[in-house]
Each structure stands twice: as structure tokens, then as C-alpha cells.
Design a protein around this ligand. Structure first.
Ligand SMILES: Cc1cc2nc3c(=O)[nH]c(=O)nc-3n(C[C@H](O)[C@H](O)[C@H](O)COP(=O)(O)O)c2cc1C
Length: 159
């Protein structure tokens, strides 16, 4: 078993693309993530897996809240910006509103899930953050997809 073999398998699993946001001391922060899934419906819970090297990691842990923003196909550029560890703050140039917990909901997303942190589990290089969903919303549109290390159009755009 090698890391390369593992990566090549995981590259064959298509996903959507999200930006996971949080708010600490009045400052928004977020990063691009696709290790996201539903955990439970009643009560509603979701999980995100976050690398402990991510700058957002300690902020989610401390703020104890996060919002999963599911991106529309047209928001690829946002995904790229929030996946870049540069000095620029993507929140300087993005419109957002504030969810129930105070975490940012990015303008124009396909859907969002606003969560209170319920559980934290360390696994390998990552932490699994499990959130209780306190508020959510969705819109019509087509998702941004990710497959084989590339952004994709999954062909479910509304004609
Ligand atoms: C499509 C895509 C999906 C990603 N998914 C995750 C993920 O699920 N968890 C994670 O920790 N990093 C993920 N990353 C990497 C982070 O977005 C990247 O490391 C980011 O720079 C972290 O930002 P931060 O250090 O400012 O928090 C993903 C990157 C891309 C392009």
C-alpha cells in the first residue's frame, strides 16, 4: 500500500467543491474543501476533514462553528482563490452575508449548511470536524465538480 496508489484511487471519486468558512474575533476565514459529507439527517449533522496544517484549522476549533458553502459551476475562480495559501485575503473581494452562527455565507452559492461544532476527531494528518446543522439554504443551479484532480462540469446544468 502506497500513498500514490491511495491518491490514484481517491482521484476516481467525483465530488462537489465547497468553501468551508468560519468567523473568529469578527474576522472571516475560509478554505476550499471537498472532504465533506452528510452524517445524519435527524439530527442533521455533516462532517469536514481538515488538514491540521490549514490555517483555518485552529480557527474552526476555537470558534466552534463552520459553514459549508457548496459552489456553483460558475464559482470555480472562488475555489481556486480559497485554495491558495497566499498573503491576499479572499474575503477582501468576495460578497457574503452572515449565517445564524455568524460564519460567512458566500454570495451566489448553490447551497450552504451553517454548523455548530459538535465533535472533533483526529485521524492521520487531518481532523474530522462534525457539525450540527443549525441553518441551511439552497438555490437552483449547477454544481462545480472535481474529479481526477481537475474541476469539472458534471453535466447537470439546467438548460
Ligand atoms: C478541490 C480542492 C479540495 C480540497 N479539499 C480539502 C479538504 O477537504 N480538506 C483540507 O484540509 N484541504 C483541502 N484542500 C486544500 C486547501 O484548500 C488548501 O490547503 C488551502 O490553502 C488551505 O487554506 P488555509 O491554510 O488558508 O486554511 C483542497 C483543495 C482543493 C483545490
Amino acid at each position: 500500500m502506497t500513498a500514490a496508489a491511495f491518491r490514484s484511487v481517491m482521484r476516481r471519486f467525483p465530488t462537489g467543491v465547497t468553501i468551508v468558512t468560519t468567523l473568529l474575533d469578527g474576522k472571516p476565514k475560509g478554505f476550499t474543501a471537498n472532504a465533506f459529507c452528510s452524517v445524519s439527517v435527524e439530527p442533521p449533522m455533516v462532517l469536514v476533514c481538515v488538514n491540521r496544517q490549514a490555517r483555518t484549522h485552529p480557527l474552526i476549533s476555537t470558534a466552534a462553528k463552520f459553514c459549508v458553502n457548496i459552489l456553483q459551476y460558475e464559482q470555480r475562480e472562488l475555489a481556486e482563490r480559497f485554495a491558495t495559501k497566499g498573503p491576499a485575503d479572499p474575503f477582501d473581494t468576495v460578497d457574503y452575508s452572515v449565517a445564524h452562527t455568524g460564519a460567512p455565507v458566500l454570495a451566489g452559492v448553490l447551497a450552504y449548511l451553517d454548523c455548530e461544532l459538535a465533535e472533533e476527531h483526529s485521524a492521520g494528518t487531518h481532523t474530522v470536524f462534525i457539525g450540527s446543522v443549525l441553518a441551511c439554504g439552497s438555490a437552483e443551479g449547477a454544481p462545480l465538480g472535481y474529479f481526477d484532480a481537475a474541476y469539472r462540469d458534471f453535466g447537470c446544468r439546467i438548460q
